[in-house]
Design a protein around this ligand. Sequence first.
Ligand code: SAH
Ligand code: F3S
Length: 469
Amino acid sequence: MKSACLVTFGCQMNVHDSQRMEELLRADGYSFVDDPEQADVIVLNTCSVREKAEQKLRSEAGRLKRLDALLIITGCVAQQEGERLLRSMPYIDAILGPDNLHELPAVLRTLEGGAPPQVRASFDTDAPQFLVHQADTSNTPVSAYVTTMKGCNERCSFCIVPYTRGPERYRQADDIVQEIQRLALGGVREIVLLGQTVNSYRDPSVPMAADAHPDESQFAALLRRIAHEAPSIRRLRYTSPHPRHVTPDLLRAHAEIDVLATHVHLPVQSGSDRLLKRMIRRYTREEYVTRANALRAARAGLTLTTDIIVGFPGETDEDFASTLSLVDEVGFAGLFGFKYSPRPYTPALKLRDDVAPELKQERLLALFEKSESQLRAILATRVGTRQQILIEGPSRPGAKTLAGRTLHNEIVHVPESPQATMGSIATVEVLRANKHSLEGRIESIDFAGEIAQVPSFRRVSLPVVSEGA
Ligand code: SAH
Ligand code: F3S
């Protein structure tokens, strides 16, 4: 049997794409190994959102070049660099952009037949294709990512994603709902809808009405359909929404749909209006705060996490102080913090990267310190409360405790118990708060899980407090 090894860099979208590539290769007779030394084919699914991520690919590829395996580069760096990668790394065998991943099995067959290096990096704007879970998945996870759209039309001035992932293209709502129904039959209990600006979703099968009311949202309609048409899905999350598309209709969905998580990851990037403008985020600090508060008013106890960039060109001490004060004002339960990294093909390249690296680092640490203390305060309020958790599996491989997540996306560790299988929903009493998680004991099992084995797909966490790659 041929063996493959897949290494994933970057965001949830890449994790999703890697899972779908794994399924395609398994269907083509490949087995999977963790050690690249043992593999006939190595796929590096890359990220180029920050320079550090791109450097990681280059050093990883350099390390692997001596191996006698086919080396395939997929994802955002593949799209960004295309054929140029072959010049700097002539030992690469194929390059596949994010819209060409479904061609992987065919490309491998071509290479095995002795073909020269292959480059596939074109957007499928005319007839968009979406990677979906294979019907027969022996690897059913408790929680599954489902794509709703790809690409991004926002063009935030710092961001390379519109260049590497192309313009927005949407999946038909019927297809999305059917995929989720199939997953639910296989035992999946949580769905995480994915999109670069997931809440700008439109159903391409619904004609654009000239008089469409701006308060209505086809994304909210999609959430309602999933809740009604896949009732065994007990948790519904989405990531990442853009603050601009938090519509009254979406707020109503949060008020009405029980299975919708009481947590939203709503990237803000900065608390300074001056910088938000330079970043072309298209909202003010006040608009962000109003929407964040409206989400919390729609659903009691809803928590928010966010993405923040420090050291964007022109960021003064005052601008950064505004960001810290926003973190205070909103009371985020966690955040991904990033040092600004100039990226090719982005409008912000015209601005001088003028915040010194040491100052970026200092600001990042100050941001984390604040965020950590806010998270500690929130977790402390959970002690003594009852929470419903979805059990995802052992806390760590081989551990005697199980880990589950609350509707707020907080991790709770509980002692093993025969009834608490993966995919079960349990009511727990929270006994203790740790730095980033909770400990508790199971009071009752509310829904039995249907998943017996531990899947190989690991769920990537939403942020607690961390520096993104
Ligand atoms: N809308 C996408 C965002 C993708 S990029 C989504 O959430 O799915 C993820 C995060 O990386 C952004 O929210 C931003 O905080 C950060 N980021 C993007 N470009 C960056 C850059 N050039 N430098 C530093 N951080 C960046
Ligand atoms: Fe990037 Fe802004 Fe789109 S952060 S992915 S351009 S919403």
